[in-house]
Design a protein around this ligand. Structure first.
Ligand code: DC
Length: 230
């Protein structure tokens, strides 16, 4: 048993439902949910809008020079009962989920200076515990001392199908094969980059949700929290 409020770190591959389960767990426990992917996505949107990224390429030095101009915060939307991402005061929650950002976010997330700035922000946000944070390096770099670490994954085809459904439900005209390619490319970059590569922390619990329901996975995580929290 441990303290009453803990840090829950959820890492894993892209599009395997980390945010979904993290949100559900945060709601059940009255914890704060932080989607760190949204932070890297916001930096990417800034780069796209300011001519620092295009055609899959990123002007690293240009972006590093302007990092201090980028302010990212989460504001709680009372009506929707969830956190939304703000870039320099503007709600960018929708725009950061679209393909132009998805197609440029991996190279942005490999920039050491970008990661250092984001990690610092994330550590500040978790200072008082009682948070569920999802990302790629939360259990390994941001909060290596987190009480509960979960590493999530699912088969690439399953993940691509979920993202396809999500985007088409929003009325977007997208191609399944393009999404699958995007998922596979991001896996490769996330796992092979020099700075903070995606890897399962030694003390993280593995959760493969390819063949289980959202309810089953939520119960599984809540069960693990119960074992830890007094
Ligand atoms: O979880 P997501 O798909 O929204 O993440 C977007 C990108 O940001 C993804 O390519 C990996 C990167 N990322 C990261 O490098 N570190 C994190 N803590 C979170 C996301």
């Amino acid at each position: 048993m441990t303290a009453s409020k803990i840090i829950i770190a959820i890492d894993g591959h892209s599009s395997c439902g980390k945010s979904t389960v993290a949100k559900q767990v945060a709601k059940k426990l009255g914890y704060i949910f932080i989607d760190t992917g949204a932070m890297y996505r916001s930096v990417t949107l800034y780069a796209l809008r300011n001519g620092l990224a295009a055609d899959g390429k990123v002007d690293e030095q240009g972006l590093i020079q302007r990092l201090s101009e980028i302010e990212i915060e989460f504001r709680f939307n009372l009506e929707k009962q969830l956190n939304e991402t703000y870039l320099n005061g503007e709600n960018v929650e929708e725009e950061i989920r679209q393909l132009p950002v998805s197609n440029h976010v991996s190279p942005v997330a490999t920039i050491k200076e970008v990661r250092e700035a984001m990690v610092k922000l994330q550590q500040d946000m978790g200072r008082n515990k009682g948070i569920v944070m999802d990302g790629r390096d939360i259990g390994t770099v941001v909060f290596p001392e987190a009480e509960l670490k979960i590493f999530m994954t699912a088969r690439p085809e399953v993940r691509a199908q979920r993202r396809y459904d999500e985007l088409t439900e929003k009325g977007l005209d997208v191609d399944f094969n393009e999404i699958l390619k995007n998922v596979q490319e991001r896996d490769k970059i996330d796992s092979s980059r020099a700075v903070s590569p995606l890897r399962q922390a030694d003390d993280a619990l593995l959760l493969d949700n390819s063949d289980i329901t959202r309810e089953e996975q939520l119960d599984w995580v809540l069960g693990k929290v119960k074992e830890l929290v007094a």
